[in-house]
Design a protein around this ligand. Sequence first.
Ligand SMILES: NC(=O)c1ccc[n+]([C@@H]2O[C@H](COP(=O)([O-])OP(=O)(O)OC[C@H]3O[C@@H](n4cnc5c(N)ncnc54)[C@H](O)[C@@H]3O)[C@@H](O)[C@H]2O)c1
Length: 320
Amino acid sequence: MRVVVTGAAGFIGSHVVDAFSGAGHEVLAVDAPGRSLAPEVARRTWAKVAVGPGVVAAEVDLAVDGLEAVAAADVVVHLAGRPGVRCSWGTGKAAARRDNVVATRRLLAACLERPARLRPKVVIASSSSVYGSAGRRPNREDDPLNPASPYAASKVEVERLAGSAAGSGLRTVLLRYFSVYGPRQRPDMAFHRFVDAALDGRPLPVFGDGRSSRSFTHVRDVVAATLVAAAEDLRPGIAVNVGHHEPVAVRDAIGMLTGILGVRAEIRREAPVAGDAARTWADTGRAREMLGWTATTGLADGLADQIAWHRGVHEEVRVG
Ligand SMILES: NC(=O)c1ccc[n+]([C@@H]2O[C@H](COP(=O)([O-])OP(=O)(O)OC[C@H]3O[C@@H](n4cnc5c(N)ncnc54)[C@H](O)[C@@H]3O)[C@@H](O)[C@H]2O)c1
């Protein structure tokens, strides 16, 4: 199978490239590392991803460049974009629009331009943030959407574009990812910031009081769901939650994390982030039914895995 992965220099995308390449597929890895929230990190990841077996890497800015080669695939896994609620306020709003909405609109249009029998299936990253905060029960895919930040609004727009492309004959699938963590997690994300701070002996920077909870989902599980979604014949335009079924409070996750690290870390409280959900909670019924998927990595094991990765990176930096 010829697979295109966009966002291939990113956290989730780099793991997805590794998985497709490891399974023997031909992969066109696409990214514009300069558009990353952390361009230096993306460039380092890019250099590693590009040398995988069967992988060809192409620097393409999806918001401006020609996309014929990107659309010429059996499957496009579209993970490129501007992630993050916090950075989407202020000047970040234009970047969220450009790299999420404009890039996706252009990608879908390029796929639709191909003759019907040569159009790829397109698996697209959406986000739990489209729901806003969960209430007393987990969010199901047919719940009303309630975006509370420019980032979330951009993902709602991405979903609308995917729905309309499905109506025009493109096989699109939306995966609503929930707080992904694990090796290579983005430096702006909570666990990355906590582990780095703890390893450096600094207080852990926590937004709000730590009572908010998340369906934290290990990247290994996210990759597994993404590969199944790429392979299965699903109703075009369908959205599927890709999240762990048990939410955990941030302060409990910190307790686990410091326990694994064997430190008593001080907490530095920072103002809560506008638009951040008090709770995300994935209903996983559809993922079980349509993908035969459920998250299997518990938070303690997943955190141990992420911490081992951070220790390796710190060691690499130490020995130069
Ligand atoms: N990490 C999470 O917890 C999470 C949760 C929900 C949804 N998502 C979504 O999953 C996707 C991947 O997230 P991630 O955490 O791996 O982010 P990431 O920032 O690590 O990866 C995104 C990549 O997209 C690239 N990119 C941005 N704009 C581009 C453009 N115009 N053209 C080409 N490449 C471009 C960046 O350079 C970056 O390497 C994003 O769409 C994100 O919104 C992530």
